[in-house]
Design a protein around this ligand. Structure first.
Ligand code: BG6
Ligand code: MG
Length: 221
């Protein structure tokens, strides 16, 4: 067996193309706050919990909100998001994800999901993917969102696998920072010019070279 004994996947932007729907929902909400959220503003939000995302928007837009309005906007954002993902199906699964999961199953590597989203299980159900994961840790199970390492450390405990033997796939800087802090190996999925503190980064799972897969899962150490 190789170095890696468990693989941990982020959900939005790694397994499924829902990160754009989070962006479009925040953008719609921001219009009501007279703030134009663009893609570079959205890069700060990726991977953050719903609450932390709204706090970041308050900061970017330089506005203040009462506690009541804060809660109201969180509920509104989620209802926009749920509308956007109403027709989500297996067609939204990102390239190479299912074949990579099949490879891991064959190798008896443990598989986990670590997502800040409170909708994670609902999304996986829509994709008919729940049964593929040994362990799911989501936004309902954590006190501190990414970039705090809590979510990954909970998964490592539940997987009974040391962080150094866990491999994380992440598309967001907050998630990469969290996994690094947890002492895990991270592979970025996305644009390597936009992500930092990363040794490996590929546009999607189909582009991961065979020699790296061998290094992680097959080379005896
Ligand atoms: C993360 C997304 O996976 O989940 C963030 O990258 C999102 O954009 C966060 O804000 C929380 O999601 P939810 O579904 O609980 O609002
Ligand atoms: Mg993500």
């Amino acid at each position: 067996m190789g170095l890696i004994k468990a693989v941990i996947f982020d959900l939005d932007g790694v397994i499924v193309d829902t990160s754009n729907y989070h962006y479009l929902s925040w953008k719609k909400l921001c219009l009501e706050l007279d703030y134009n959220l663009n893609e570079s503003g959205n890069d700060f939000l990726k991977g953050l919990s719903r609450e932390d995302s709204l706090l970041k928007i308050i900061d970017l837009a330089n506005i203040s909100l009462s506690e009541e309005k804060f809660k109201e906007y969180l509920t509104k954002k989620n209802s926009y998001y749920l509308d956007f993902i109403n027709n989500l199906s297996q067609k939204n699964i990102l390239p190479g994800v299912l074949s990579f999961l099949r490879y891991l199953k064959k190798k008896s590597i443990k598989i986990s999901l670590c997502s800040s989203s409170k909708n994670a299980k609902f999304v996986l159900e829509k994709l008919d993917m729940i049964s593929l994961f040994d362990i799911i840790v989501d936004g309902n199970d954590i006190k501190m969102g990414k970039p705090d390492p809590e979510i990954f450390l909970i998964a490592s405990k539940k997987l009974v696998t040391e962080p150094k033997n866990c491999l994380v796939f992440e598309d967001a800087q907050s998630g990469i920072d969290a996994a690094n802090k947890a002492g895990m190996t991270v592979v970025g999925i996305g644009n390597k010019n936009k992500l930092k503190n990363l040794k490996y980064c590929f546009p999607d799972f189909l582009k991961i070279p065979d020699h790296l897969i061998n290094y992680f899962f097959n080379e005896e150490r």
